[in-house]
Design a protein around this ligand. Structure first.
Ligand SMILES: Nc1nc2c(ncn2[C@@H]2O[C@H](COP(=O)(O)OP(=O)(O)OP(=O)(O)O)[C@@H](O)[C@H]2O)c(=O)[nH]1
Ligand SMILES: [Mg+2]
Length: 290
């Protein structure tokens, strides 16, 4: 069989995680309109007859302002070191910028066989997509594929291109495994996703979710205990919202999705805790698996 490790790279918010979920066929990574949603290196597996593609979701490459930011960028560069190929995602809805060029430069330096994907073609005109493809082809990557990850448009050619460049190799994951992350990790991420979409500006970057306990009861009820970490006292109130409105709405949305994921009823116990400047503290970053 052909198989390989394929990092999916690009600047924040271009749709890397959305694309991985679409290719894998199930949610392995959370997505949001906020940049820097992905913080951990997550593997999602595409299974086809005689083909296994291990997609590696990576944090968006950006200018680092914190210890966490620096660590995230480092992860991306490291991910290229043992890559068999890469998927480089840019978006059709915005001009190619310094962030895209930075990632392109890294890929060309590393000499990784790369499929350049122009995402979000549903959000702009054909003419814009064409000019973006022309602009991007100056980088001279092996293949270019215009797609919409949300509409699942034109994803087949990505798999076909990767199949051509991947070597003969082992089956890395069993057939029924689509991600290397634990259920507990995904539970925490789903909770974080529901808050990201409800919080504005800088706060999303200050939020982390720690799942302390998942108890499966005999009564068909799963009890999930999680802590929401924020960096400052002032942020605590924002995460809770006026009269508990944010906590309530995000909690309800998270519980609904967790019930689908786990196939049981779910009781979600959320606490908000201030952990001063956790992003600057390597100990905390490590504890969160980042
Ligand atoms: N219109 C449109 N929006 C998309 C498409 N793909 C992704 N998005 C949206 O773009 C936003 C970012 O998507 P993500 O998948 O979280 O992006 P990412 O590259 O993983 O972002 P980071 O993890 O922050 O680096 C979300 O709001 C998605 O719904 C697409 O094909 N079309
Ligand atoms: Mg992501």
């Amino acid at each position: 069989m052909r198989s390989g490790i394929v990092p999916v790279v690009g600047r924040p918010n271009v749709g890397k995680s959305t694309l991985i979920n679409a290719l894998v066929g199930t949610k392995v990574a959370i997505t949001s309109a906020r940049p820097q949603t992905t913080r951990n290196v997550i593997r999602g597996v595409v299974h086809r007859p005689d083909l296994q593609i291990v997609l590696v979701d990576t944090p968006g490459v950006h200018r680092p302002r914190t210890a966490l930011g620096e660590r995230l960028n480092q992860r991306v560069v490291e991910s290229l070191a043992d890559a068999d190929a890469a998927v480089f995602v840019i978006e059709a809805t915005a001009p190619i910028g310094p962030g895209d060029r930075l990632v392109a430069g890294r890929l060309l330096e590393a000499g990784t066989a790369t499929v350049c994907v122009v995402n979000k073609i549903d959000g702009t005109s054909k003419a814009d997509v064409t000019s973006q493809l022309v602009e991007a082809s100056k980088w001279d990557f092996g293949a270019y594929v215009p797609i919409s990850a949300t509409e699942e448009q034109n994803l087949g050619p990505i798999v076909a291109e990767l199949e051509q460049v991947l070597p003969e190799g082992p089956q890395y994951f069993p057939n029924d495994m689509t991600s290397d992350q634990s259920e507990t990790f995904l539970i925490g991420e789903i909770v974080r996703e529901k808050f990201l979409s409800r919080l504005r500006e800088e706060l999303p970057h200050s939020l982390a979710v720690v799942v302390d306990d998942v108890e499966v009861g005999d009564d068909g009820l799963t009890r999930v205990h999680a802590r929401l970490l924020v960096e400052r006292d002032s942020q605590k109130g924002i995460v809770i919202g006026r009269g508990g409105s944010v906590l309530q709405a995000a909690g309800t949305a998270a519980r609904a999705e967790l019930e689908m994921l786990l196939g049981t009823r779910v009781h979600l116990d959320l606490r908000v805790k201030v952990e001063k400047d956790w992003q600057q503290r390597p100990g905390v970053i490590q504890r969160l698996g980042m």
